[in-house]
Write a protein of this length. Structure first.
Length: 341
């Protein structure tokens, strides 16, 4: 790698990405260098590209960005244990750069990434041969969805509704089934995305056009709420973000149901505390992921139970990253968009 530059994408603000070259990093004695194979585009990447800084992750103007990737180890420092050149790995964004604040700016849209003080199952995780590189590029968003499902404290045989048929919403729905939920419905306003969710085996509802409560009662059965009979749903997950979702939950949530909010753009919302108290409702936040989520996502992907690769609707070469991000913003034409190096 010495003597050549690497391809790199620099975030320069709203609709401004510099596709350039930088010096290829070199591993110190305790470090590794990885070469990205595939990178997935996150909704927050789309947000900072379309709307400018401070609308998604802490993406620094003038810096590399991207954080959903699968990579191959190309250089290993002499003190590094259990990691070898040629290993396929998932760089864990919260630790990959030694700074959790850089979880959104690991360098997933650059060709090579230096991972300092690299330890297996901490900074990087091994990727099984049974998981394709395209699917492995979705490990990061799937851990976010898995975390949201775990935060809902799902029990065997419970029932759930997930708002948002993007990658994180679908990941949360899959994780809910993995954790033992009997029935899961996914809601969205995009028929294109709902069709993908339906093919994965989930009940779906376009809650922009259809009456969610009546559809949910038909699918899940009935249970009491403060305002009369409602759908027998234990868990609601907001992976979409509109204000109306919390209102909808407080309106139709059954006694002792709970709601997890994972949508990063959800913002401030009024909550009827008295209603929440008498209904025994729980409102739960979920952000990021932990190592246990990485391990469960690896098991989900290795199981082959769900055709996860089917949610990748578009693949672009690195040179077309700006076009790829613009495509990812088109929710009626795209679901998950990946970059190939």
């Amino acid at each position: 790698m010495k003597g050549r530059n690497m391809r790199a994408a620099i975030y320069n603000g709203q609709k401004n990405i510099l596709m350039t070259e930088l010096e290829t990093p070199q591993a110190g004695d305790n470090d590794i260098v990885v070469r990205n194979l595939y990178s997935s585009i996150c909704g927050t990447d789309v947000a900072v590209y379309m709307h400018g800084p401070n609308t998604g992750h802490r993406v620094t103007v003038g810096g590399e960005f991207g954080h959903e990737m699968v990579s191959e180890v190309v250089q290993v420092g002499k003190n590094v244990k259990d990691i070898r050149v040629g290993d396929r790995v998932y760089p864990y964004p919260r630790l990959a750069k030694g700074d959790p604040k850089r979880a959104g700016t690991v360098g997933g849209f650059s060709e090579y990434v230096l991972i300092p003080n690299a330890r297996l199952n901490e900074q990087v995780y091994p990727v099984s041969d049974s998981i394709t590189s395209r699917v492995a590029s979705l490990i990061e968003p799937f851990t976010v969805g898995c975390r949201a499902a775990r935060r809902s404290m799902p029990g065997q045989g419970e029932k759930a509704i997930v708002f948002g048929a993007g990658t994180i919403g679908i990941a949360a729905a899959i994780a809910l089934k993995y954790f033992g939920c009997e029935k899961v419905m996914i809601c969205d306003h995009s028929d294109f995305r709902l069709e993908k969710a339906k093919k994965l085996g989930f009940a779906v509802c376009n809650n922009g056009k259809e009456n969610l409560k009546s559809q949910a009662v038909e699918y899940f059965g009935e249970a009491p709420s403060l305002k009369g009979m409602t759908a027998d749903v234990d868990i609601y997950i907001d992976a979409a973000g509109p204000e109306s979702i919390l209102e909808l939950y407080q309106e139709m949530g059954k006694i002792e149901s709970r709601m997890v909010v994972v949508a990063v753009l959800a913002g401030k919302r009024p909550v009827d505390i008295l209603s929440m108290t008498f209904a025994q409702h729980a409102l739960i936040g979920s952000g990021g992921y932990l190592p246990e989520d990485v391990r469960d996502v690896m098991k989900i992907m290795k199981s082959g139970t769900w055709d996860i690769e089917s949610i990748i609707t578009h693949e672009y070469p690195w040179e077309e990253l700006p076009q790829a991000i613009e495509k990812a913003e088109q929710v009626n034409e795209a679901l998950n968009v990946v970059i190939r190096f």
